[in-house]
Design a binder for this molecule. Structure first.
Ligand SMILES: Cc1cc2nc3c(=O)[nH]c(=O)nc-3n(C[C@H](O)[C@H](O)[C@H](O)COP(=O)(O)OP(=O)(O)OC[C@H]3O[C@@H](n4cnc5c(N)ncnc54)[C@H](O)[C@@H]3O)c2cc1C
Length: 387
């Protein structure tokens, strides 16, 4: 049976960032994912400019820029009643633009970096059961239908919004029904969208995000309140709703042609849960899921991975893996993300309320300074709203 210092379940942005940070510091890291990379993943495919400093620290920026992408330097929002507002991204920072970049590429580059710095990457390997034992963790997994096991001193749950690690360790709770919405994604061609903007278009019961990813391809992502959905949802019946509800979407999508599968996911939001305990931490979506409207999920995943790795390094160094030691990670997340969560939750309260959102968008279109402040707060680390 293999042994390691840290077993990380999930090789999305959160797991890979944790693995890179710890493997670079000399720890024996196992990064486990049920998928084989590169693989597609439901996402809006918008890489917010706030990610650049983290991507630099992880040494992956140049690799990402060498792959097919679109530079994104503006944000536009529209509402069902025809209001619209637009703002450029802040001109400061490492690079004053975000990217339209497929997760197929992003996640693959991060996993490849983790391998290069010495992490042992177990692809096509699904976690089944995790057990705490007197001298650490025992992970029972399966690969190609065969059982495999691994021992680790410390466990990192980075396995996304439906985290099996969080469920098995008893820190995942039932979500309130009022938070229920479903996310959808599809890649399209023949969409005449502005090539350098990321766009949010509101419709009854939800909103659509649009960004050009590469060549002629556009990512369309939607979030819809569950109670408005029938038993089965096809792209065609969702598109009919979007064309009917929002004149801007009608203009953009009427000639669009699907070029990928139509994917769905839930939940699209839940508030932060306890993200540490004896011998474990949770990073990325496994710990909290912000409303995708602000395009910050990848940043929170990467950055929480870095913050988690910093605490894990100290805890391993001191030989103290107790919850009280690892609670430092939760405090670091609070200190860094609390203002961001408040802003995300404010925007989430507006985005499902057509009248309030329309009023806000009309006000912001006349008060460009406020819109620029909001965009700065979402796209920059030292944001105007930081607490
Ligand atoms: C509709 C929608 C649109 C979005 N758009 C954007 C956007 O444009 N920009 C942005 O920044 N964020 C966006 N997000 C959020 C973003 O996708 C997530 O926040 C981000 O993927 C979180 O990364 P993660 O590493 O925590 O989890 P994930 O990316 O979900 O990675 C988890 C990994 O764990 C693996 N895994 C799961 N279970 C197991 C198991 N039992 N065993 C082994 N492996 C396992 C999975 O295969 C996966 O690779 C969007 C979210 C939604 C719902």
């Amino acid at each position: 049976m293999e042994k390691c210092d840290v077993a990380i379940v999930g090789a999305g942005p959160a797991g890979s960032a944790t693995a890179i940070s710890l493997a670079e510091r000399g720890y024996r890291v196992a990064l486990i994912d049920r998928a084989v990379f590169p693989r597609d993943k439901l996402c809006g495919d918008f890489l917010n400019p706030i990610n650049w400093p983290v991507l630099e620290e992880l040494h992956v920026s140049q690799d990402l820029l060498s792959l097919p992408h679109t530079k994104v330097s503006r944000f536009r929002i529209t509402t069902a009643d025809g209001s619209e507002a637009m703002s450029a991204f802040p001109a400061q920072g490492v690079r004053p633009f975000g990217l339209g970049l497929r997760r197929f590429h992003l996640d693959h580059v991060l996993v490849a970096r983790a391998k290069r710095v010495g992490a042992s990457v177990l692809e096509g390997t699904k976690l089944k059961v995790v057990k705490m034992q007197p001298r650490g963790w025992l992970l029972d997994m399966s690969r190609d239908g065969e059982p495999i096991s691994l021992r680790a001193k410390l466990l990192v749950g980075a396995d996304g919004r439906n985290s099996a690690v969080a469920r098995q360790l008893g820190v995942a709770s039932e979500l309130p029904k009022r938070l229920a919405a479903v996310g959808f994604e599809i890649q399209l061609q023949n969409v005449p969208s502005v090539p350098d903007s990321v766009e949010i278009h509101q419709f009854t019961g939800g909103y659509a995000g649009i960004v050009r990813v590469d060549g002629g391809q556009v990512n369309l992502c939607c979030t819809v309140r569950r109670e408005l959905l029938g038993k089965s949802v096809s792209f065609e019946n969702l598109r009919a709703r979007l064309l009917r509800d929002n004149p801007f979407l009608n203009e953009l999508l009427s000639a669009s042609v699907p070029v990928s599968e139509f994917r769905s996911v839930s939940p699209v939001y839940f508030p932060a849960r306890r993200c540490f305990g004896d011998g474990f931490i949770l990073v990325g979506d496994a710990a909290r899921v912000t409303e995708p409207v602000t395009g910050e999920g990848i940043y929170l995943a990467l950055r929480s991975g870095q913050l988690g790795a910093a605490t894990v390094e100290k805890a391993l160094g001191e030989g103290n893996l107790r919850a009280v030691r690892l609670s430092e990670y939760e405090r670091a997340c609070q200190a860094e993300f609390a203002a961001r969560f408040r802003l995300n939750s404010l925007i989430r309260n507006l985005v499902y309320r057509p009248k309030a959102l329309s009023l806000a968008v009309r006000l912001l279109s006349r008060r460009q300074r406020f819109l620029a402040l909001l965009v700065n707060a979402v796209c920059q680390r030292r944001a105007a709203f930081a607490g």
